[in-house]
Design a protein around this ligand. Structure first.
Ligand SMILES: NC(=O)C1=CN([C@@H]2O[C@H](COP(=O)(O)OP(=O)(O)OC[C@H]3O[C@@H](n4cnc5c(N)ncnc54)[C@H](OP(=O)(O)O)[C@@H]3O)[C@@H](O)[C@H]2O)C=CC1
Ligand SMILES: O=C(O)C1=N[C@H](C(=O)O)C[C@H](O)C1
Length: 262
């Protein structure tokens, strides 16, 4: 029998850190437009993150700030009782490890919380990374090109690092040799070395966020390309992460985990 009830769910309360930024403004609008979410705080540079998050009663804090402050913000939001969704770049094994330890302490204290860090919330980017990881073992050569707006402060992009990491792991597991490269001079023109994968960063007015992964064998090539033309492309992933993180204690890295792609 199909039982229909009048039960209504309480909206999740959300605080946005970096609210005045390019992503922050788009995220605030997306949260505002979601019937199951309530925007309770906009946090900007100079604000006391822990105090604002605590006083707002936020269930989830979303961080789109800058690499130099994002880890501090996550610890502050956790101390204020919130789960956290992070889109900001700049994370490494050490900073992720410290967040995992913080989450472990909260779990042991009986107040488990979740943190979900994703270098890219765009579906096209998540799928491109997934397909690239699958293809990685079958090609002799691989290079990554990321292309972004010129106001971006970090290079290579977090997405490109995540992509290169997944490709490198897949190639290592399959025992694939390093990409052939006879370069003797002019190494500065060959891009960054991310775990053995060459990554090239383009900065161009008019771009938003784009990535191309190039694979080569003798006589054939595979190009995987994704384009975010507008920051609204990240919003379904951000909202999905907000709804998921409250029931995912501990640290989750990558939206592919939530989408069951990995
Ligand atoms: N995961 C994903 O899908 C995506 C990730 N990103 C990443 O998100 C981050 C933000 O990008 P974007 O919005 O373009 O950058 P912006 O520079 O436009 O926004 C960052 C905002 O954070 C503010 N800020 C700085 N310090 C603090 C602080 N301590 N507390 C709160 N706010 C602070 C800045 O304020 P002020 O300017 O006054 O310093 C600014 O308003 C980047 O790391 C980017 O790579 C971007 C797009 C998608
Ligand atoms: O700064 C940006 O714009 C973006 N940053 C993220 C990254 O560094 O990968 C995600 C997306 O590429 C947009």
């Amino acid at each position: 029998m199909n039982l229909v009830t009048n039960q209504t769910t309480t909206p999740l309360k959300v605080a946005v850190l970096g609210a005045a930024g390019r992503m922050g403004q788009t995220v605030c609008a997306a949260v505002d437009g979601a019937p199951d979410l309530e925007l309770v705080a906009r946090v900007d540079a100079g604000d006391d993150v822990a105090a604002v998050v605590r006083e707002s009663g936020a269930d989830v804090a979303i961080d789109f700030t800058v690499p130099s402050v994002t880890e501090t913000n996550v610890h502050a939001a956790l101390d204020a009782g919130a789960h956290v969704v992070v889109g900001t770049t700049g994370w490494d094994d050490d900073s992720r490890g410290r967040v995992s330890e913080h989450l472990e302490r909260l779990a042991q204290a009986g107040t488990p919380r979740g943190v979900l860090i994703a270098p890219n919330f765009g579906l096209s980017a998540v799928l491109a990374m997934t397909f690239a990881a699958k293809a990685a073992r079958y090609f002799e050569s691989v290079e990554v090109i990321e292309l972004h707006h010129p106001d971006k402060v970090d290079a290579p992009s977090g997405t490109a690092r995540h992509t290169a990491h997944a490709i490198a792991a897949a190639r290592a597991e399959a025992g694939v040799a390093p990409s052939p490269d006879a370069t003797e001079t002019g190494w500065e023109a060959r891009g960054a070395d991310v775990e053995g994968v060459r990554v090239h960063a383009v900065r161009l007015r008019g771009l938003v966020a784009h990535e191309e992964i190039l694979f080569g064998n003798t006589g054939e090539q595979l190009s995987i390309r994704q384009d975010s033309f507008d920051r609204v492309s990240f919003m379904p992933g951000v909202l999905l992460a907000v709804r998921e993180v409250v029931s995912r204690p501990g640290l989750t890295v990558g939206l592919e985990k939530v989408l069951d792609l990995s």
